[in-house]
Design a protein around this ligand. Structure first.
Ligand code: CA
Length: 494
């Protein structure tokens, strides 16, 4: 009634808006859907062309209601000289291009009111050369003022060339494996570890849920045991401050390394082998082989559990380092099938902003981080990374996608809503049901079974059921015989 009243009042002011706006949201039992946001390309609240934190706050209705995400992962928002901000110059600040600490606090308060979780990128492998730690380390090195307990030892210096090191003077080199402007931190230093605890304490105290850890396999180059030890230490420190904090690590590598890293005890690692153009999901769609994919999902989750029975998978299709999936999942039906598969996998899922509308971009990193197009008029649309070279052909506008019931965006909304209604998908262990048909992926979560048909053909199978929930096309049912259309998925309640 109150909503109707608000609509009527609004109608006297503007004659649009209320009919399309969905405020119905099913409160999920478990928050398991994160939306990865590159703030600079997301929503510009003040018309300067740069996405900002106020813009994200203005778009929380979109993220929570139009999409159904239960949390946000922010790529770095701390002060930094680059557009990507993975080189932090002050861990206690908000980059002024994105807004102020007040904007951040306002956003977190609003998210907490909505029961949404915020995790932030925490870049601990390296800093910016502009960071005061590095500036002090150089000064002290040049003035021969290094002692065992000062900033000189926050970084790795050498008096001679080593691979991955950069020259400062005739006899002074520093490690910077990714870039000479990103000196690597020496995470063995106990004073630096105290600084890290202060930083995590500072941000957890602001009310965030946890952290996404960048480049965890590089903390100690080619030293897996030290990487695991550091993560174990960090996990203990974070959980001693906030026992229900969530930590997800980037270990951009193959399964065996990720499974080994899971021993560290952090909550999740991103699942790289199922993501991207070359990953298991897209391969299975191309080969129309669902049964093999189901087996891979089950095997991976069992292996994770063996490594650490508390770890959960962190599933994604693409992220800020990958080509946009709309560039290789050409057909609408394949985009939607890929969404069904990854959005209904166990663990937590991460949707990269723009994925839900089929935003495109590939090649250099800037092209993978382009502005999401809210509308044709450009209201709120950012200018994006200045070195980007990719031109969107047939651009898709969010406001139009919202009104189109068959859009990819509304498909994402439906699948995520179903995930949010069935917490067993995110938290139960998963088994395969082999129906002796390679085309079908049949995943058993206990009280529900999820069936994906990866082929173009209609496939019939037998399964006892209480209810069959279609994501798009209704199934044809006769007794226990269920016919699933090509490229479709069903959620079957037992
Ligand atoms: Ca702005």
């Amino acid at each position: 009634m109150r909503r109707l009243l608000i609509c009527l009042i609004s109608l006297t002011l503007i004659l649009v808006g209320c009919s399309q706006k969905s405020t119905e949201v099913i409160k999920p039992e478990i928050n398991s859907v994160y939306y990865e946001v590159f703030v600079g390309s997301f929503y510009d609240s003040d018309g300067d062309g740069m996405g900002d934190l106020k813009g994200v706050e203005e778009k929380l209705d979109y993220i929570q209601y139009d999409l159904g995400a239960t949390g946000i992962w922010f790529m770095p928002i701390h002060s930094s000289d680059t557009y990507h901000k993975y080189d932090v110059s002050d861990y206690y600040s908000i980059d002024s291009a994105y807004g102020t600490m007040e904007d951040f606090e306002s956003l977190v308060a609003e998210m907490n009111k909505r029961d949404m979780d915020l995790i932030m990128d925490l870049v601990l492998n390296h800093t910016s050369t502009k960071h005061q730690w590095f500036q002090k380390a150089i000064t002290d090195n040049l003035n021969n003022q290094c002692t065992e307990i000062n900033e000189c030892n926050y970084y790795n210096f050498s008096s001679e060339y080593i691979a991955g090191y950069h020259q400062l003077t005739n006899n002074l080199w520093y490690e910077g494996v990714f870039w000479d402007q990103m000196p690597d931190l020496n995470l063995d230093n106990s004073l630096l570890r105290e600084e890290i605890v202060d930083i995590i304490d500072f941000w957890l105290d602001k009310g965030i849920k946890g952290f996404r850890l960048d480049a965890t396999t590089h903390f100690y180059e080619r030293n897996q045991e030290s990487n695991i030890e550091f993560l174990r230490w960090l996990n203990t420190e974070v959980k001693s401050i906030k026992p229900d904090a969530y930590i997800v690590g980037e270990a951009w590598s193959g399964e065996s390394i990720i499974l080994d890293m899971a021993r560290s005890g952090i909550d999740s690692f991103f699942n790289f082998s199922f993501s991207q153009n070359s990953g298991n999901i897209v391969k299975a769609i191309r080969n129309e082989n669902g049964n093999k994919l189901a087996q891979q999902i089950v095997d991976y989750n069992k292996a994770l559990e063996e490594s650490n029975d508390k770890v959960i998978d962190a599933v994604f299709l693409s992220n800020h380092d990958n080509d946009r999936s709309a560039g290789y999942l050409i057909k609408d039906e394949d985009k939607k099938l890929a969404a069904n598969i990854y959005l209904l996998m166990p663990g937590n899922v991460f949707v990269y902003y723009g994925e839900e509308v089929g935003l495109k971009g590939s090649g250099i990193d800037e092209n993978k981080r382009l502005p999401i197009l809210w509308n044709k008029d450009g209201v709120g649309v950012t200018t994006g990374p200045k070195d980007a070279t990719y031109q969107q052909k047939d651009p898709i506008y969010v406001d139009e996608a919202l009104k189109d019931k068959d859009s990819l965006l509304n498909h994402y909304k439906r699948v995520i809503s179903l995930r949010n209604q069935h917490s067993e998908i995110s938290r139960n262990s998963v088994e395969i049901i082999d129906l002796n048909d390679d085309r079908l992926a049949v995943l058993d979560y206990g009280s529900i079974v999820i069936v994906h048909n990866l082929s173009k053909e209609n496939v019939s199978f037998e399964l006892e059921y209480q209810e069959v929930i279609a994501i798009q096309n209704e199934a044809k049912i006769n007794g226990n015989t269920i016919v699933i259309d090509g490229k479709q998925s069903l959620i079957i309640k037992r």
